[in-house]
Design a binder for this molecule. Structure first.
Ligand code: BES
Ligand code: MN
Ligand code: ZN
Length: 514
C-alpha cells in the first residue's frame, strides 16, 4: 500500500484553551441565545471577531457548519474554528460528536499538526456527563481526521502524517472524567477507522481469502481475540450449501471467518454469549442475474456488514467487556461464470432447509443463513446479523438510518438504545408471518426472493427462519453502508457504519443481568 492512514492522537490536557499553543482551536457555538462564558472570553481576546461573524450572518451555528478566524497575540492558537452546535435546547451527544468530526476534518484540511478542542467548554455541565463527552469527542476526532488515500501516489497537496488533538479542560475532576471516556472513544474511533479502510478497499484487494488473512492478523495482534477460518473445502464438507453456492462462481473462493472474544478471568463464563454475524460479499455483480452496469462499482461495499463485525470485534477486545462474543463473517464473491449457481437451482443450506434460487442477486441471505445457523450451533444466546442486504431498505429509509427487524420487541429496544447513544441510527421494520409467507417455495422449503414489494421485510423474514429459538435481530445497513461520507462528513467513501452500534450493543449487553 502507498501509505498508512493518518495517525490521530487524542489526549485530554489540563490546560487553558485560550492560551495553549496550537495550529487550530475549535470552539463550539450555539445557533441562538447568548454566547457561553468561554466563547465570550475568547471573543473579547479576538476583539469581537466572533460577534462580528455572527452579526454578518456568515456563520449561524448550525450543526455541520464551521467558520475560520485567525488568532492574535492574545490567544495561543494560530487559528480559531467556530463549530456549530445547533440549538442549545436540542444539544445532544451526537451533536458534540458531529462537532468533533467537523473540527478534526478541518484540522486535516488546514494541515494543522496540533488542534485543541474546546467544543464542550460552554455545554451545561449538568446535562452531559464528562465521561460521555470525552468518549464522543474522541470518537468524533478520530472519525473526522480519517482520509482514505492509501493508493494515492501523486498529489500536489500532501496531507500531514499525524494530527495531535488535545481536549482542553482546566478543571481537575472534569479532566479525569473526560480522559476516562476518551480512552473508550479512542478504542472505538480507531477500530471504526480500521474498518473504514477495509470497507473502502476495492475488490481486487479484498476478496474472501485476503479478508480471512486480515482477520487472522487482527486476532494475532489483539489479546483476547482468536480467529478460525474455514476454506472452500471445509465449507463444502460441512454442507454449508448457501455459502458454497454463492462462492462457487468466483476464482476467489469463499471463506467462513470466525472470531471469538473471551473475557479474561473467572467472569468469562458468566452472562450470555453474543453472536455477531456480518455479510461480507467482497463484490456483488449479481451473478447470473447480473446487475446493471451503472453504479456497480459501489458493490465493493457489499462486504461492509462483515467488516463492521470485524471492527466491532477489535473494539470489543480493546474495551474488555465481561461477555463472550463470536464474530461470524461469511465471505464470498458473487460472480457470473461457468461455475456459478443459477436461477432455478435448489440449494440445501447448512440447517438442512432447502432454498429455491429465483435470483442469484439475492445472495446475501444465502450466505447469512448458513452463518446464522452456525451461530445457533455455537450456542449463542443472542444473534445480531448486519448486512448491506436490500435496495428496498434504501428505498424505505434512505442513507441515514439502517433497518432493524426482529420478532423480539425487547431486543429491538436494546438495539435502538445502542443506536441512540452511538449515533448510528436505526428504524424498525416488520418481518412477521405475512412476509414469511411470501418466501415459501412450491418445490423447496423456501425461495430466495419474495414478491415485488417489501423486499427488506421479506429478506428479514427469510433470515429469521435460520435462528431457531434463539433471540435474533437483523440490521439492514444497505443505505448506511453504501452512502458516500463526503456530503455529511467531508470524507469520501465509507462511514464505517455498524462498528459503534455493535460495540455499544455488546458493551451494554455485558452490563445486563443474565
Ligand atoms: N447487495 C445488494 C443490496 C444493495 C443494493 C445494497 C443496493 C445497497 C444498494 C443485494 O445483494 C441485492 O442485490 N439485493 C437485491 C435483492 C433482490 C434481487 C431481491 C436488491 O435489493 O435488489
Ligand atoms: Mn446482490
Ligand atoms: Zn449483495
Amino acid at each position: 500500500m502507498a501509505r498508512e492512514i493518518i495517525k490521530v492522537n487524542v489526549k485530554v490536557g489540563r490546560v487553558d484553551a485560550l492560551t495553549v499553543r496550537s495550529d487550530l482551536l475549535a470552539v463550539g457555538v450555539f445557533s441562538e441565545g447568548r454566547a457561553g462564558a468561554f466563547c465570550k472570553a475568547l471573543d473579547a481576546r479576538l476583539g469581537g471577531a466572533i460577534a462580528k461573524v455572527r452579526e454578518l450572518g456568515d456563520f449561524k451555528g448550525k450543526v455541520g457548519t464551521t467558520a475560520l478566524l485567525y488568532g492574535n497575540e492574545e490567544i495561543g492558537a494560530r487559528r480559531v474554528l467556530l463549530v456549530g452546535l445547533g440549538e442549545r435546547k436540542e444539544a445532544s451527544v451526537d451533536g458534540v460528536r458531529r462537532a468533533a468530526i467537523c473540527a478534526a476534518g478541518q484540522a486535516v484540511n488546514l494541515k494543522a499538526a496540533s488542534c485543541v478542542l474546546a467544543l464542550h467548554a460552554d455545554l451545561a455541565a449538568g446535562k452531559f456527563d464528562a465521561e460521555t463527552l470525552g468518549q464522543v469527542l474522541c470518537e468524533g476526532a478520530c472519525f473526522g481526521a480519517y482520509r482514505y488515500d492509501e493508493f494515492v501516489t501523486e498529489t500536489e497537496d500532501p496531507r500531514s502524517e499525524e494530527l495531535n488533538i488535545t481536549i482542553a479542560e482546566p478543571d481537575g475532576v472534569r479532566s479525569r472524567k473526560l480522559a476516562k471516556g476518551a480512552r473508550v472513544g479512542d478504542v472505538i474511533g480507531q477500530s471504526q477507522n480500521f474498518a473504514r479502510t477495509i470497507m473502502n478497499r476495492p475488490a481486487n484487494v479484498i476478496n474472501p481469502p485476503s479478508l480471512a488473512t486480515l482477520a487472522k492478523q487482527l486476532a494475532k495482534d489483539t489479546p483476547g481475540l482468536t480467529c478460525t477460518v474455514l476454506d472452500e473445502k471445509q465449507i463444502k464438507a460441512k454442507k454449508m450449501g448457501g455459502l458454497m453456492a454463492v462462492g462457487q462462481g468466483s476464482a476467489n473462493k469463499p471463506r467462513l471467518i470466525m472470531l471469538k472474544y473471551t473475557p479474561a478471568g473467572k467472569a468469562a463464563t458468566r452472562g450470555k454469549t453474543v453472536g455477531l454475524v456480518g455479510k461480507a460479499i467482497t463484490f456483488d455483480s449479481g451473478g447470473i442475474s447480473l446487475k446493471p452496469g451503472a453504479g456497480m462499482q459501489d458493490m465493493k461495499f457489499d462486504k461492509s456488514g462483515g467488516v463492521a463485525v470485524l471492527g466491532a470485534m477489535k473494539a470489543i477486545a480493546g474495551l474488555k467487556p465481561k461477555v463472550q462474543v463470536y464474530g461470524i463473517i461469511p465471505s464470498a464473491e458473487n460472480m457470473p461464470g461457468g461455475m456459478s449457481y443459477r436461477p432455478g437451482d435448489i440449494v440445501t443450506t447448512y440447517s438442512g432447509k432447502t432454498v429455491e434460487i429465483q435470483n442469484t442477486d439475492a445472495e446475501g441471505r444465502m450466505i447469512l443463513c448458513d452463518a446464522i445457523h452456525h451461530a445457533v450451533k455455537l450456542e449463542c444466546d443472542v444473534i445480531v446479523d448486519i448486512a448491506t442486504l436490500t435496495g428496498a431498505c434504501v428505498v424505505a429509509l434512505g442513507e441515514g438510518l439502517a433497518g432493524v427487524m426482529s420478532h423480539n420487541d425487547k431486543l429491538v429496544e436494546r438495539i435502538k438504545a445502542a443506536a441512540e447513544s452511538s449515533g448510528e441510527k436505526v428504524w424498525r421494520l416488520p418481518c412477521g408471518a405475512e412476509y414469511l409467507e411470501l418466501m415459501k417455495s412450491k418445490i423447496a422449503d423456501l425461495k430466495n426472493i419474495g414478491g415485488k414489494w417489501a423486499g427488506a421485510c421479506t429478506a428479514a423474514a427469510f433470515l429469521g427462519e435460520f435462528a431457531g429459538d434463539v433471540d435474533w435481530a437483523h440490521i439492514d445497513m444497505a443505505g448506511t453502508g453504501m452512502v458516500d461520507g463526503e456530503k455529511k462528513f467531508g470524507c469520501p467513501g465509507s462511514i464505517g457504519f455498524g462498528v459503534r452500534l455493535l460495540t455499544t450493543f455488546v458493551v451494554n449487553s455485558s452490563k445486563r443481568k443474565k
